[in-house]
Ligand binder design. Sequence first.
Ligand code: NAP
Length: 277
Amino acid sequence: VRLLALLGDPVAHSLSPAMQNAAFRAAGLDGVYVSLRVGEEDLEGLLRGIARAGGGGNVTLPHKARAARAVERPLPAVVRTGACNTFWLEDGGIHGDNTDVEGFRRALRTLLGQPPEGARVLLLGAGGAARAVVHALVEDGVEGIWIRNRSPARAEALARELGEGRAWLAEGSPQALPPMDVVVNATRLGLHPGDPFPLAPHDLPPGDPVCLDLVYAPDETPWVRAVRPLGLRAADGREMLVQQGAAAFERWWGREAPVEVMRRALTGVTSQGDKGG
Ligand code: NAP
């Protein structure tokens, strides 16, 4: 049996074990996926030990940056984002990927019906998930990214990292922005009942943007439910969760993931503690 483990703290409410074990079963693979609550001091030892024994897994908060330093062969997504959420042994070396980048890319393509090439994007948030989002968007050739965050300094740092002419701070009213094709919520707002909207529906920028919320909930998030009546296409973070898991499955097993089985495994699961890895 091959061991795949989710390393993080907390991990108790993660949806990844249900999703991955369903996928392993459907594909007839001899693997088992477990979640392990791991302190920072044990992360590197466990990650390396599991990989050296022929296993692999995911890494979630708060260890993604540490995992990026623990793997021996980081893929470009890890190097660019400074975060690793997937690890495995290949050709004798411990490889690391950040499948949040690919997960976001696939989820956005599904919602848009095409790649976001040439699109203008308003990004809410500037944390770890936002970093994965901007790298996927830049790779896909968007026209520009406007970043809005509670702490402007963090938005500024992220914009600077992308380089001139690619990203701007979205200060003031979003309605004064140029027309947008996409709005992404990469803040934590929506995780808890009673959270304010990441952006009030009446504050949305012009352009009838599609709205992709990275936060997910069993009945979609309040923000998704609030923007849809405006006639906008919108989705919560479940498809990204499935797609980052599918990309990880493909790294571990070298074959296509049973995505529909993974989607179904999430349906009806009420927990939402998973942070996507
Ligand atoms: P993070 O690094 O801690 O960043 C959190 C972001 O939320 C920051 O921009 C932060 O702003 C903002 N924020 C937090 N509380 C806020 C509040 N009360 N008001 C306004 N802004 C607030 O977290 P992360 O890893 O980027 O995750 C962000 C969200 O994405 C989480 O909800 C996570 O579940 C979701 N996510 C989903 C997937 C998926 O597969 N669907 C994958 C990854 C992440 P400051 O900079 O001002 O603190």
